[in-house]
Design a protein around this ligand. Structure first.
Ligand SMILES: Nc1ncnc2c1ncn2[C@@H]1O[C@H](COP(=O)(O)OP(=O)(O)OP(=O)(O)O)[C@@H](O)[C@H]1O
Ligand SMILES: [Mg+2]
Length: 373
């Protein structure tokens, strides 16, 4: 039987809803070769959106290469992942590689093995090192392939924030930017799950990727799309949820895509025939419990001051943390402590700065903190 709801992993087919505007815009950018940076808080649907658009626009003349650099720890890790993705996704037949990658592949002894991944015939590890290729050659590789194939290539790089963690990161970023911005036949779509790190890379003037492309902020999926989807999933199993409860459900997790699906699933499991208020309340409790393991990991190494800062935010304070009253009420230490506290909690993705001041952006984390702090 089909799962009624999916959460935590990218969605496709009938599980993918809404996003009409974003699909249109991103498809247009892919077609016209406009570099795009996708930003959103965690689990709003960046990866799903890029997968969807890639499926829609890909053709012989427009090849979309998707890669994920989450496990890359340094510049050459990145080049190995990047080049293997380009090679594999632009040419499916290994015999054709020699021509296509002439001048590139001879320097390597790639290890090609049958892949455990059922979607792919083979996996490849290229063994690229600073001795085999310069960064410039590697960064230019997609451009060379695009010219040889007479097509445009869009390279989509997920978890791109990892680049900001590489040793000598600023120089790595400079090299990337310098080469990529001159490519005529290749464009890039860069996105990642750590919003504040991505924002640093692309929105700070002093960083090499500043103004590299169009920055798109993902909005939440609106109520009408959720209503159609959720009620359909319930009706299929002879269960009923009113539009009012769907609205309450979405609002209680502030329309954060993955949480909406997870909470809907909790409600679905608790419902025999008709959703009630007490079912909804229980489902929220379950949602908090299900996520508590992740939250415990996030907070277990916090200092007392950091925990106190979270208490202050939870109590409704969004600014003025340096003021005597707040510092004393919540025991935040001396004024010079405050900037450090903020930075460390932002780095840990527990708080974020918005136009309304400092908030705990994750609604489920907020529920949990209220219970435990
Ligand atoms: N278009 C969509 N329609 C319905 N549900 C969605 C959609 N996009 C995302 N979701 C929900 O959000 C979850 C996470 O989606 P996805 O992995 O694409 O997000 P992400 O922003 O890439 O996450 P991360 O920040 O962890 O990289 C999905 O499992 C699904 O529950
Ligand atoms: Mg993702």
């Amino acid at each position: 039987m089909d799962k009624p709801f999916i959460f935590g992993i990218p969605v496709e087919d009938s599980y993918f809803i809404g996003r009409e505007e974003e699909i249109k815009r991103l498809s247009t950018n892919f077609k016209y070769g406009v570099n795009t940076i996708l930003l959103s808080p965690r689990r709003w649907g960046k990866t799903s959106l890029v997968n969807k658009v890639a499926g829609l626009v890909a053709s012989k003349d427009l090849i979309v290469v998707k890669t994920d650099v989450f496990s890359c720890r340094n510049e050459y890790d990145f080049y190995n992942t990047f080049s293997a993705a380009i090679l594999k996704q632009t040419e499916s037949r290994i015999e054709e590689w020699k021509d296509l990658a002439k001048g590139f592949i001879e320097k390597l002894t790639p290890k090609i093995s049958l892949s455990p991944d059922p979607n792919s015939e083979y996996s490849v590890s290229l063994g690229i090192t600073p001795k085999t290729h310069t960064p410039e050659e590697l960064l230019d590789f997609p451009e060379i392939i695009a010219k040889r194939k007479g097509c445009h290539i869009v390279v989509c790089i997920d978890e791109f924030q990892q680049v900001g963690e590489f040793p000598d990161s600023l120089n790595v970023q400079k090299r990337m930017r310098t080469i990529w911005q001159h490519q005529k036949n290749v464009s890039y779509c860069l996105y990642g799950s750590k919003m504040h790190m991505m924002t640093n890379l692309f929105q700070k003037k002093s960083y090499p990727f500043y103004k590299f492309g169009e920055v798109q902020y993902l909005k939440s999926i609106p109520l009408d799309a959720w209503t159609a989807y959720i009620s359909d999933r319930f009706e299929r199993e002879q269960k009923h949820i009113s539009e009012t409860f769907i609205k309450t459900l979405c609002e209680s997790v502030e329309y954060q895509s993955s949480y909406v699906q997870q909470l809907a699933y909790n409600v679905f499991l608790l419902t025999e025939t008709e959703v009630t208020e007490s079912i909804l309340n229980q489902a929220v409790e379950d949602l908090v419990d299900q996520n508590s393991g992740i939250f415990i990991e996030q907070v277990q190494s916090l200092t007392t001051y950091q925990l106190n800062f979270l208490r202050a935010v939870l109590a409704g304070n969004h600014s003025g943390f340096g003021e005597k009253e707040i510092r004393e009420n919540y025991d935040l230490g001396v004024p010079s402590n405050i900037a450090r506290l903020k930075k460390s909690l932002i780095d840990k993705e527990l708080i974020e700065i918005t136009k309304d001041g400092i908030i705990i952006g994750d609604p489920v984390l907020r529920f949990w903190l209220k219970k435990v702090l």
